[in-house]
Design a protein around this ligand. Structure first.
Ligand code: SF4
Length: 390
């Protein structure tokens, strides 16, 4: 498929993975020969640890490109070392401008005071372009809720002239990020707690007050909002953005699809079930509970059960999806309930493999309301029962 046009490759991959969740997009797409060779570009900033952790679970040998502008906060460098030591990523590459380029264009390190676009070009854009040579795509942490052109963001985007961008977190909301970090006990960038929700280079990043746009601390007082690795009409462009070019805003504008749910139960401390029309009280005990390491060859003995629970000890553990899919392939016609560490982003995937309901704790239901679970508007046409019905 690498012979197809960039747009056709993106469309084919989006169709193939349309109802997968973030972890499954990474797990399957990175092994997909039609995607080609891919790297993760990470700033080791406020939210970077989510993708870094996912990658360490599903494909730890994927190259990680870390752009060290040599203007970063010491806390970022320490955080990068901390993450690198903690996660089993095997190919972290530190990208820097060449000493010759620095000597020629910014010998005294003050270019950012005179021309931030030229400084970003020297220290970020040019080194990244060089580092991405030979890759067919790169992974980003961009999300639909960030607004602007991102409200239509797909998992795979063409980036002229010849690369794909992979956006596994396209459907994630801010709470998904927080929940993922909590569940996996991931360390936060130390500057987040000190008022830096978006973290770039030290000379160009200031703390943000309550109520301010999270990115307002970047190049404060300047019209500049992007480092130069920005996109217009799906293309990466270098240098300053023309005033009429409508760059993508980096705001937290919420653009949630409003889903009407038939039944929203009051939320005591009891867990709830997520079904296609909203939250319900937990009812019925499973006839069988399958841990994630259940041998698939033993599933045939459970085909007469009425309700089977499949355990997900963590949201990065996809074995429960495989068990549900195999049960359906064997002809199991009862209900399948997922229990454990799933989040809203994974509901479409759960329905696709044949899971009917997801049991979640009350605290998660309060953070991720029913509309958020059902917000992937097109999953209903792709769920297991719809596909069975033709
Ligand atoms: S963010 Fe500031 S210091 Fe960093 S590369 Fe850009 S202009 Fe230079």
């Amino acid at each position: 498929m690498l012979d197809l046009s960039l747009e056709d490759r993106a469309a084919t991959l989006n169709a193939r993975y349309r109802n997968h969740a973030a972890v499954q997009v990474l797990r399957h797409a990175l092994a997909d020969p039609d995607l080609g060779k891919v790297a993760l570009v990470s700033s080791f900033g406020a939210e970077s640890v989510v993708l870094l952790h996912m990658l360490s679970v599903v494909a730890p040998d994927t190259p990680v490109l870390f752009i060290d502008t040599e203007m970063l906060f010491p806390e970022t460098l320490a955080y990068q070392r901390q993450i690198a030591e903690r996660l089993p990523l095997t190919d972290i590459r530190v990208i820097r401008a060449s000493a010759e380029q620095i000597a020629a264009r910014d010998p005294d390190g003050t270019l950012h005071q005179r021309d931030t676009d030229a400084c970003c070009d020297l220290r970020k854009v040019v080194p990244l372009e060089a580092a991405l040579a030979g890759f067919d795509g790169w992974i980003t942490g961009r999300k639909r809720f960030q607004g602007g052109q991102r409200v239509e963001l797909d998992f795979f985007e063409p980036e002229a002239p010849g690369r794909l961008r992979v956006n596994p977190l396209a459907h994630w909301r801010p709470q998904d990020v927080a929940d993922y970090m909590d569940e996996n006990a991931l360390p936060r960038h130390p500057l987040v707690a000190r008022g830096y929700p978006s973290i770039g280079c030290a000379p160009c990043t200031s703390p943000v007050a309550a109520g301010e746009d999270p990115r307002s601390g970047r190049w404060r007082g300047q019209a500049k909002t992007e480092c130069g690795i920005h996109f217009i009409g799906g293309k990466m462009v270098r240098g300053p953005i023309a005033p009429d070019a409508a760059p993508e805003p980096e705001t937290d504008t919420m653009t949630e699809t409003v889903i009407q749910t038939a039944e929203i139960v009051p939320l005591p401390d009891a867990p709830v079930l997520v079904r296609d029309d909203g939250f319900h009280p937990v009812e019925g005990d499973p006839d069988v509970t399958l841990p994630p390491d259940t041998d698939p060859s033993t599933l045939g003995q459970y085909l007469n059960a009425g309700l089977i629970a499949v355990e997900f000890p963590a949201m990065t553990d996809g074995r429960g999806f495989s068990l549900a899919r195999i049960l359906r392939e064997l002809g199991f016609a009862g209900r399948i309930r997922a229990t454990g560490g799933l989040i809203a982003d994974q509901y479409a995937m759960a329905r696709r493999v044949g899971i009917d309901e997801v049991q979640i704790p009350a605290a998660l239901a309060r953070r991720q309301p029913a509309g958020q679970w059902l917000a992937r508007a097109d999953w209903r046409a792709w769920d297991h029962r719809s596909r069975l019905a033709g």
